[in-house]
Design a protein around this ligand. Structure first.
Ligand code: 1GP
Length: 258
């Protein structure tokens, strides 16, 4: 594809149209370092049965070379869209459907706000991927997570709802198409519903929430508070049967009447 050809916005359109209908989405996070062909097959099977809406694929490190293969396996096996959630610019694969083009707006590390984007821009553009500018906000989850260590940036304190709200508002006004609030993988404390509510009420772009969500009830409450997409990784790695319960909890939110 020519770099200047029009790209499709199919995934973003699906996210915004779901938001307009009040349809909540559940995304399973796949870390290519933690899966192989056989457990991926099981994960895909369970995800299809549970009507999972998206696969987020990526990790803070990604040491293995399994990213391309993992995406191809998903593509071959089901129609669930794949969205790259990259921990670094090296995690770009043409086999995904879209890319969360993350800028760490909660931090003050220029490398993760714009620096790495400049370096990887030609590769990202050439990939032909649907690029979704995403304001990424790390919220303190009660434990130093990989993302906070790697990013060398302090998270937003868990009880500072106003800071989270203003950060999300600024991100949206800067042109971010999505806001992702993340307590970090394996967070001890997931993001509070009151913070989610505050942020959700002040933006109109879809809101992704993840980090430390281990119970379907919490996924449900986050959606009630205004999250549009719930992401779970760790809990599912430990107990894949949770996929069904989490997806059911997220999808149990009634859609808006026309
Ligand atoms: C982390 O939001 C994701 O970046 C998911 O976190 O692995 O804790 O579910 P968990």
């Amino acid at each position: 594809m020519n770099d200047n050809q029009l790209r499709t916005n199919a995934i973003y359109n699906s996210l915004t149209s779901r938001k307009l209908q009040g349809k909540k989405s559940f995304a399973v996070l796949v870390d290519p370092d933690k899966v192989n062909d056989s457990n991926m097959e099981q994960l895909i099977e369970l995800s299809v049965a549970a009507e999972v809406d998206y696969f987020f694929v990526g990790g803070s490190l990604v040491i293995s070379n399994y990213l391309d293969e993992c995406l191809q396996l998903i593509k071959r096996s089901c129609n669930i869209p794949t969205i790259l959630f990259p921990g670094s610019p090296s995690q770009v694969s043409k086999y995904a459907d879209a890319l969360l083009y993350l800028s760490l707006i909660s931090g003050r590390n220029p490398e993760l706000l714009i620096g790495q984007h400049v370096v990887s821009a030609p590769i990202v553009k050439k990939s032909g991927l649907e690029v979704m500018p995403t304001g990424y906000m790390v919220i303190d989850g009660g434990a130093p997570t990989t993302v906070s260590y790697i990013s060398n940036a302090s998270p937003i304190p868990a009880d500072k709802n106003e800071i989270a709200m203003c950060t999300a508002m600024a991100g949206e006004m800067l042109g971010m198409d999505l806001i992702y609030m993340d307590a970090g993988s394996g967070a001890k404390r997931p993001i509070t519903e009151s913070m989610i509510e505050k942020v959700a009420q002040s933006i109109s772009v879809p809101l992704i929430v993840g980090g430390g969500i281990i119970e379907p009830e919490k996924a449900y409450l986050n959606c009630k508070a205004g999250a549009d997409i719930i992401v779970a990784g760790n809990a599912i790695e430990k107990d894949p049967s949770l996929i069904k319960q989490m997806a059911a909890a997220v999808h149990s939110i009634p859609v808006l009447k026309a």
